[in-house]
Structures are given as C-alpha cells and as structure tokens.
Design a protein around this ligand. Structure first.
Ligand code: GDP
Length: 365
C-alpha cells in the first residue's frame, strides 16, 4: 500500500517528501528506508504506543509504517508525453492513493510554472492530465473489447460501460464520481485501475504565517476546501518548509517549537494519519516487555488474518484472540486489572478486528 505525492513543479512536493523521509529516518532501524530516493517509508504517529511502552516497560517500540512515493515532473501536456509525462503517469498508476500538493503560498522568488498563484487552476491542470491518461486507457480497452463484442454478451456489456465511462471523463469529471451499482461494472472499473478513481487528499501548502489559524485567512485554502468538498476529498493545511525544519528537531525541541506556533501536533503527523486512513488501514496493537507494536490491517480484517500479519503460524493455528480495548486497558492500569473487571474478551475466527484493539493471540503450533 503506498501513496504518491503529486503536484505541479515548485509547489513544495520535494520539501514535503523530504520532511516525511526525515521524520522516517528518525525512527531508524528500517534498512529499506533508503531503498530508492523517491520512496520513503514513514512511521505512523500513534500516541498509544508510547503509553503501552511505559505500561509494559517494553524494550522496543515499533510503529506502523506507510510508504510515500515522490512523483515529480507532472506538467501540463504530460498525457501527450511532454517531459517524461507518460512515465510519471504510470508511476501514479502504481499507487493506491494520492496526496495532491497545491501551492497556496506567495513568494515572488519562487516562480510558478503558470506565472501566478492559483490553486484551482493547478488542480484542474493536474486532474485534466489524469483524465486524458484515463481516456487513453479506456479507448484502448474499447478497441480491444469491440472486436469480440458481437458474439459475446458480456463483452458487449463491457464495451457499453467503457463508452459511458469515457463520456463521463470527457465531460471533465473524475472516474471516482461515476455512479453504478452493477456488480460486473464495479468489477471492471476496479480492473482498469484509473488514475482519477484513486482516493485523494489535497495538501494546501501555505506560508508559515497562515499556520496559526489553519489557513482560515488564506483565501486560496478556502477555494481548495470548497472544491474538495464537492469531490468528497479532504484538505490538509501544511507549511512544507516548516515541516522540513521541524523534522530535523528532536522530540523536546519539536514540542516547544509547535507550542510557539500554537499547535498540538505537526501538520505532517496529521497528514500521515489521514493518509493511512485514506488507504483504508487501521492498527491493532500488541504489548509486552519485549515490544509494544502497531500492526497494520485493512479495515474489515478478521482475527485470524490479522494474526497472520505477525506470523503465518498464528493464522494457520489460530484458536482465539484475547482482546482488550486500548482505552479500557489504560483506564484500568494493567492487563490483569482489565481482566478482573471483565474487560478482556475472548473472540473467535469471525471477529472483525478494530482500531486500537490490544490483542493476545492463542494458537496451536
Ligand atoms: P516541487 O517542485 O513541487 O518539488 O517544489 P519544491 O519542494 O522543490 O519547492 C519549490 C520551492 O518552494 C523551494 O525553494 C522551497 O523551499 C519553496 N517552498 C516549499 N514549500 C514552501 C512553503 O511552505 N513556503 C514557502 N515560502 N516556500 C516553500
């Protein structure tokens, strides 16, 4: 599961990406952190882990991780092969969700590719390239599927869908807003892996001065929010430059720095958590003297499959899961106290694991 960071040149993508990877490098011993200069594996901030580590005197704390890819170089005309356009578009096709950085900060020293600051135009420029690229995919599919459609009812149905979807995109709309409840059609659309079907978060990159009121006094931000609302997307207000500076501080310095700015946590932390959630991911927790750890699962995962994240033996030999809700555990002060109060539940194979479940798996070897 990974997110791609996209946006026009000079909007602050690399600055944001660098602050993400710097924050990631901090949490160390992940050797794959530097596998590729454009890929960053970043810890998901989770206050609960710190609390569990203290409660259990754990030797080690291991956060959940999430992967970001810096997809630079998307420009107007990319879908027509401008620059290395097609290559960048195919990089986007490989990600599960998109963080779209839009420039909302003024700075006459940093030129904008289109000469002025206008986040709405920027969003439309990028979205149009994504739409063009999707249309091309659909056209290729139509050409291929049409050949057999005369003798194949299912293919004929698919061609009809492809044409409707293409019309939808040609009106400047995203695949995400295409409505169908037909199971076949939903299956086909998922197969096409369209760029404009991917979930998006907009990161409104503002100047430092705009951070205190979360961008409320920045008119550009308001317009991005209004646009995103129609699209059903979220907007995060960040200052990439400040994030880069914060990422270099140690924990105490960071806390003081944020307090000075009147903030509880950095924009980056909020953005990482929102990205995690955008991917449909949640964390369950394990805790003990050796390690307190967050484990990533897709929302809706059942207990045996969740156990399988730790080890395949746990899934194969799954008997049951002993679960206490994080808040209950902390309120009781210890696992035994929670058990005495009847707050430790025993769950079986059909249990759907929830975010913040603290779990002990019982299994046969
Ligand atoms: P990219 O081309 O989208 O990757 O943009 P960069 O991250 O390279 O940023 C372009 C320029 O804008 C650099 O000089 C950054 O220092 C500057 N920049 C990025 N974010 C901010 C910001 O939040 N505020 C200000 N004032 N400048 C920024």
């Amino acid at each position: 599961m990974k997110l791609g960071i996209v946006g026009l040149p000079n909007v602050g993508k690399s600055t944001l990406f660098n602050s993400l990877t710097k924050a990631g490098a901090e949490s160390a011993n992940y050797p794959f952190c530097t596998i590729d200069p454009n890929i960053g594996i970043v810890p998901v901030p989770d206050e609960r882990l710190k609390v569990l580590t203290d409660l259990y005197h754990s030797e080690k704390t291991t956060p959940a991780m999430i992967e970001f890819v810096d997809i630079a170089g998307l420009v107007k005309g990319a879908s027509k092969g401008e620059g290395l356009g097609n290559q960048f578009l195919s990089n986007i096709r490989e990600v599960d969700a998109i963080v779209h950085v839009v420039r909302c900060f003024e700075n006459s020293n940093i030129i904008h590719v289109d000469g002025s600051i206008d986040p709405m135009r920027d969003i439309e420029t990028i979205n149009l390239e994504l739409i063009f690229s999707d249309i091309e995919i659909l056209e290729r599919r139509i050409a291929r599927a049409s050949k057999g459609a005369r003798n194949d009812k299912s293919l004929a149905k698919e061609v009809e869908l492809l044409k409707r979807l293409k019309e939808h995109l040609e009106e400047g709309r995203l695949a995400k807003s295409f409505v169908t409840e037909d199971e076949d059609e939903l299956g086909w659309i998922a197969e096409y892996n369209l760029l404009t079907g991917k979930p998006v978060i907009y990161a409104a990159n503002v100047s430092e001065d705009d951070l205190a009121d979360d961008g409320a006094s920045n008119a550009f931000v308001g317009r991005v929010q209004e646009y995103a609302r129609k699209e059903g997307a979220e907007v995060f207000v960040i200052c990439a430059q400040i994030e880069q500076e914060i990422a270099e501080l140690d924990d105490d310095e960071k806390k003081m720095f944020l307090e000075d700015l009147g903030l509880k946590e950095s924009g980056l932390e909020k953005l990482i958590r929102a990205s995690y959630s955008l991917l449909g991911l949640i964390s369950y927790l394990t805790a003990g003297p050796q390690e307190s750890r967050a484990w990533t699962i897709k929302r809706g995962t059942k207990a045996p499959q969740a156990a399988g994240k730790i080890h395949s033996d746990f899934e194969r030999g799954f008997i049951r899961a002993e679960i206490v809700n994080y808040d209950n555990l902390v309120a009781c002060g210890s696992y035994n106290a929670a058990r005495e109060k009847g707050l430790v539940r025993s769950e079986g194979k059909e249990y759907v694991v929830r975010d913040g479940d603290v779990i002990l798996f019982r299994f046969n070897v």
